[in-house]
Design a protein around this ligand. Structure first.
Ligand SMILES: *Cc1c(COP(=O)(O)O)cnc(C)c1O
Length: 397
């Protein structure tokens, strides 16, 4: 197992060979319910008919061109993303990390343009996650991820919700940008309050700091709105997207407001693969579903799931907290989240454990009402027999 691979991942033993909707099938015919979607990616689930048809067609035409040549789709994706986000221009990437890298470089370049090139540092939040390249890792808070790679870019950390600390850091450090996730994903599905996000916007404007929203996990409709920032009425200067944006194909985007749209000049940033015909065609399939009401399903299934999780919280003392929005939900438990995650997996439900004690629930946007009830049933059955997990009240009939 894992021959020839670096040891960065521990993999489950099952071999997944097929799927439809939120269901995955193993080589020996077992069915799993997928509430993780490949870490908040597979928005259209598995085996999506239209996606398969369009990708099959595109593979038979042009797969790759480079950004030196035009095809019909790059601009179509860019203009749709701009209209959905209120931004003015996009740079496409192949991953979330690269979208962050673009955002960080854009913030640096913007300071040169403004005549304040000495503003090179960043402010980010404790428990934040922004990726693993040296730039993105510089803003990722986890000691475990950072320590073997020090020194990194200079970053000042602020506790989420510490508005006074944020004000002080922005005024004294004079960073080029504040980078935050409106809902922290890896950090344990922790939504920042509307008050804090609005204060961050005001403080950035007052201090000439760029506000970068990392919506790689929370964006593209996962909360029921296209951006989590839109839920609280905050427009950042730069927003990064990735995970679900091309329904499972590797793609990311860094979007900027009109004031920053021309920050990079020709040749100042680039990517060989990014924004190619195949991934853009996939993104168009996804965005078409969004325009045809997919986010209504996210909101409806998210509300059902949340109500069910809250019922579990009342039923089981082990469940501490339910948090998140739409189909970005966290179930925080007492004790090890890993034991629960493994037990759920044995019972056919895929979630993952983040921040030590949080079940991260980020299913495909095409989740059905039956999927929700099946998932809640597996959760209830698993919690009921998990050692150390006593009911507080008898289970509802
Ligand atoms: C996943 C994630 C990233 C990194 O994206 P990759 O595609 O893994 O490079 C960055 N920021 C957030 C908030 C993420 O969830």
């Amino acid at each position: 197992m894992d021959e020839g691979l670096m040891k960065t991942y521990g993999r489950a033993e099952e071999v997944f060979v097929d799927g439809h909707g939120a269901r995955l099938i193993t080589s020996d015919g077992r069915e799993f319910l997928d509430f993780l979607a490949g870490i908040a990616v597979s928005a259209l689930g598995h085996g999506h008919r239209r996606l398969a048809d369009e990708l099959r067609d595109q593979v038979g035409r042009v797969v790759h061109l480079s950004n030196l040549f035009r095809h019909p789709f790059t601009e179509q994706v860019a203009t749709r993303l701009c209209s959905l986000t209120g931004m003015a221009a996009a740079f496409f990437t192949n991953s979330g990390t690269e979208a962050m890298e673009c955002a960080l470089k854009l913030a640096r370049k913007a300071m040169h343009v403004r005549g304040t090139p000495e503003r090179t540092s960043f402010v980010a939040l404790e428990a934040g996650f922004h990726g693993r390249s040296l730039g993105a890792l510089s803003l990722t808070h986890s000691e475990k991820y950072r320590k073997p790679f020090l020194p990194l870019q200079q970053t000042t950390w602020i506790a989420p919700e510490d508005t006074a600390g944020l004000q002080k850091a922005l005024e004294t450090e004079r960073p080029c940008a504040l980078v935050l996730e409106p809902i922290q994903g890896e950090g344990g599905i922790r939504p920042l309050s509307a008050g804090f996000l609005q204060a961050a916007r005001e403080l950035c404007t007052a201090t000439g700091t760029l506000l970068v929203h990392d919506e790689i996990q929370s964006g593209c409709g996962r909360t029921g709105r296209f951006l989590a920032g839109q839920d609280v009425g905050v427009t950042p200067d730069v927003v990064t997207l990735a995970k679900p944006i091309a329904a499972g194909l590797p793609m990311g985007a860094c979007l900027a407001t009109a004031a920053l749209a021309d920050t990079f000049q020709k040749g100042e940033h680039g990517s060989t693969f990014a924004g190619g015909p195949l991934v853009c065609r996939a993104a168009l399939v996804f965005l078409r579903e969004v325009e045809h009401g997919l986010l209504g399903n996210v909101a409806a299934r998210g509300a059902e799931l949340r109500a069910g999780l809250e019922a579990l919280q009342r039923e089981f003392a082990m469940v501490r907290e339910v948090r998140g929005r739409g189909l970005m939900l966290g179930l925080r438990v007492h004790h090890s989240g890993e034991a629960l995650q493994k037990a759920l997996y044995r019972n056919g439900l895929i979630v993952n454990c983040t921040a030590g004690d949080v079940m991260r629930i980020v299913p495909p946007f095409v989740l059905t009402a039956d999927d929700v009830q099946d998932g809640l049933r597996i959760l209830r059955q698993t919690l009921a027999v998990l050692p150390g997990c006593q009911s507080t009240t008898p289970p509802a009939a």
